[in-house]
Design a protein around this ligand. Structure first.
Ligand SMILES: *Cc1c(COP(=O)(O)O)cnc(C)c1O
Length: 384
């Protein structure tokens, strides 16, 4: 899109200064000595992975974590040089991963064999991180099988085990028997690898809540996603004094259409809202395809001229209607904030998630590609 081309005025803003603030705040909280893997999978939880990674790399994040090798490849193509761990990878991606120095997470001997062959061909060694399943129950070598797996691993001459990792299922609870058990099982798996002569540099367990709530889980690196994006509200236990965080994403649009309607007017699909008074209804150019959840129909609220206005009727694919009868001086083109603040009032991602009965991650990840991204930064960002 050329800069002057008119476009739908619906945009998400990523505040890169807030992102940097959160990184430093988390680092102070978990301790300066512990490397931080900034998890930027899923387009940095919807915040724009490349721009976020560039800023985080510049601010000193030691590692990046992505879900797919393709995501890692995008970072390399954009000039990110720090180590990148790929939580998943699939048959046929070995050559590309080696070429881009993307570090695989492995938990299957067939995948190790494939990486070993590829590394042998290029005359190189490949570093891998082995995932141990200590209770999440998704991917990983089951903790019981760790010793046997370590024994098998010795036959791959071109594989170096640089890390062992596990992932918590319930670290967001202050007292968590499951987290304690997961830590014990992980320690046993580490011991089994040691017995077989492996000395991995990285022994990491903690995600955002682990790193903050369970100091014993910090190991030799922490993998932080949600907290970097300021989503502490539902990642950390209620009332827990964690690091100070700032929201990173805000979501905005502008009023497209205003109409004065009489009592008894139906609004939206299913006529689920009927005006009970003469009303001023504004239509916003944003809908569920943009990631504004349909479950906010007749429940959500937005900010306009520093006042809250309720969503009335169903949120549809491309449009949302709000009641602005009580708000002074409303005009077509006025800025509406769906996530973020105006004056002293604010709507957090966590607020929206609570109404939509989900978690904040799903809201930010769900803001679709159709929503233009803007990046706010007082530091000049490196060219993309
Ligand atoms: C997504 C993910 C994380 C980050 O979790 P947060 O709760 O967002 O900090 C860490 N480790 C792994 C393996 C992940 O998949």
């Amino acid at each position: 899109m050329t800069p002057n081309q008119p476009a739908r005025p619906t945009w998400a803003e990523t505040n890169l200064d807030a992102l940097a603030f959160n990184l430093h705040s988390i680092r102070r909280f978990v301790g300066e000595a512990i490397p931080i893997m900034a998890v930027v999978k899923a387009d940095a939880y919807g915040h724009g992975a490349i721009e976020c990674a560039k800023r985080l790399e510049r601010e000193g994040a030691e590692w990046f974590g992505v879900a797919l090798p393709e995501e890692g490849e995008e970072h390399r193509n954009a000039g990110i040089e720090s180590p990148i761990l790929c939580f998943g990878n699939w048959a046929g991606q070995e050559e590309m991963m080696l070429r881009h120095k993307l570090t695989p997470v492995v938990f299957q001997l067939e995948r190790l064999a494939a990486f070993d062959r590829e590394a042998a061909e290029s005359g190189d060694k490949i570093k891998v991180h082995v995932k141990i399943d200590t209770g999440m129950g998704r991917v990983g070598v089951r903790a019981d099988d760790a010793a046997e797996f370590a024994a098998e691993l010795k036959r791959f001459a071109h594989i170096e085990v640089e890390g062992l990792m596990t992932h918590f299922a319930s670290a967001d609870e202050i007292v968590s028997e499951q987290t304690d058990l997961q830590m014990r099982l992980f320690a046993d798996a580490v011991a089994a690898f040691h017995e077989h002569g492996f000395r991995p540099t990285y022994l990491d367990m903690a995600n955002s809540p682990g790193a903050v709530v369970h100091p014993a889980s910090r190991g030799t690196m922490v993998r932080i996603g949600g907290l970097l994006y300021g989503l502490g509200g539902d990642v950390l236990p209620k009332g827990f004094a964690g690091p100070e965080l700032r929201p990173v994403m805000s979501l905005h649009t502008r009023i497209s259409f205003l109409k004065q309607v009489p009592t008894g007017t139906t609004i939206g699909y299913g006529a689920t809202f009927v005006t009970k008074r003469e009303s001023l209804i504004a239509t916003l150019p944003i809908g569920y395809h943009d990631g504004y959840p349909r479950s906010l129909s007749n429940k959500g609220r937005v900010l306009i001229n520093e006042h809250f206005a309720p969503v009335v009727g169903r949120v549809s694919m491309d449009w949302t209607t709000i009641d602005v009868t009580d708000i002074p001086d409303v005009k077509v083109g006025d800025q509406v904030t769906l996530i973020g603040s105006q004056g002293d009032s604010s709507i957090s991602v966590e607020d929206i998630a609570a109404v939509a009965e989900t978690i904040s991650y799903e809201i930010t990840c769900g803001i679709s590609k159709r929503v233009r991204r803007e990046f706010k930064s007082t530091k000049e960002n490196l060219p993309l």
